[in-house]
Ligand binder design. Structure first.
Ligand code: GYE
Length: 350
């Protein structure tokens, strides 16, 4: 390649000034021509960075869910996922498949991942101190969802969002007293199918129910069996209770719809009409149980809403912002029973 070398020739001062002026004009002209492009590049770069900042999750929440043991649990998980999307929360949800050790491992992963907030539904009340102390030492606030824990240590959790299970038990007991009065019963023999042993709903629903009927001498609890909130266990428990007490059973008090729906076919198999030969009381208020209530095969369903997601997200944002939160948040709940026109009960959504 030959490089064209430009010859240098001597010039007078006017020519030099003209040359300089031409160069400055050309530079100014060029700058004006490329300035919009430069501005566009900076603007797009700035927007991209802003967009990246916009897309970054505003809050990273680690949630350990117990499992998928009931329609209630599935509805609870769905609501938390829906509300996380609405509140622009990046949700790390782990299903523990009914094992406490899986929940503890999940919480440790959330700590390692440095999430902003940890939330979980403790399958049982005991055994959380060590892992919650690790979360506290990592400076990560913890919200209890649905169920509570039992601990002697202060400050391990910030808040519990969930039903007043004791009140649910009381509402079930108060319904039974009204029902016994309406049927002029002078003997009320009860069998109880409980939820997971040492879980908050099991302990408090039982306590509330027993306290509500304690003053009524007609009431006798023949036996309580742990059905673990599972449909299959509800059927097994009912079969065993029917074999042991048969005709002697006046009332079945079941701690959740899943176990109730498992028990009903066993009652019918044994030749009894649930809702007529036996008073059936259940808790949760899912669609399936409400449909059976409308058929008259269940007499009372105490509501326990699984829709806790909105309160969870609002509380998580407050904790991330360093704001105070209520230590306990209870949703409003009602009783559905054969004392009302059940055809008017709207769809339940879980
Ligand atoms: O009653 C049951 C679920 O903790 C309130 O757990 C929840 C209970 C609910 O398995 O269906």
């Amino acid at each position: 390649m030959t490089w064209l070398k430009r010859k240098n020739s001597p010039k007078n001062s006017r020519d030099v000034a003209k040359e300089e002026q031409r160069r400055c004009s050309f530079f100014a002209w060029s700058l004006l021509r490329i300035l919009p492009l430069l501005l566009l590049i900076f603007a797009v770069g700035g927007c991209e960075k802003a967009a990246e900042q916009d897309n970054a999750p505003k809050l990273l929440l680690g949630f350990s869910q117990i499992g998928s043991e009931s329609a209630w649990r599935i509805g609870n998980t769905r609501d938390i996922e829906d509300q996380a999307a609405k509140f622009d929360v990046s949700l790390m949800l782990e299903n523990a498949n009914q094992k406490q050790e899986n929940q503890i491992a999940a919480i440790r992963r959330f700590i390692a991942y440095k999430v902003d907030v940890i939330a979980f539904s403790p399958i049982v009340e005991d055994g959380w101190d060590n892992v919650l102390l690790e979360a506290k030492n990592a400076g990560i606030p913890v919200i209890l969802v649905d169920r509570d824990i039992s601990t002697q240590k202060e400050g391990l959790t910030s808040c519990v969002i969930g039903a007043d299970f004791y009140k649910e038990g009381v509402m079930a007991g108060e319904y039974l007293i009204r029902k016994a009065d309406s049927l002029s019963m002078n003997r009320v023999n009860i069998v109880e199918i409980t939820g997971t042993e040492n879980s908050t709903p099991m302990l408090q629903r039982q306590a509330g129910f027993m306290d509500a009927i304690a003053g009524d001498e007609r009431m006798t609890v023949l036996k309580s069996i742990d059905g673990d909130f599972l449909k299959s266990r509800g059927a097994e428990c009912m079969r065993a209770l029917l074999e042991e007490y048969g005709d002697g059973i006046d009332v079945v008090f079941s701690h959740n719809d899943e176990m109730t729906l498992g028990a009903l076919p066993e009652i019918e198999e044994a030749g009894y009409l649930p809702g007529e030969d036996m008073i059936i009381i259940s808790i949760d208020g899912g669609q399936k149980a409400i449909d059976v209530l409308k058929e008259g095969r269940i007499n009372c369903v105490v509501e326990c809403t699984p829709k806790l997601g909105r309160e969870l997200m609002e509380t998580a944002y407050r904790l991330k912002a360093g704001l105070s939160v209520s230590t306990v948040i209870h949703p409003e709940e009602q009783v559905f029973s054969d004392e009302q026109d059940t055809s008017e009960i709207p769809p339940r959504g879980y």
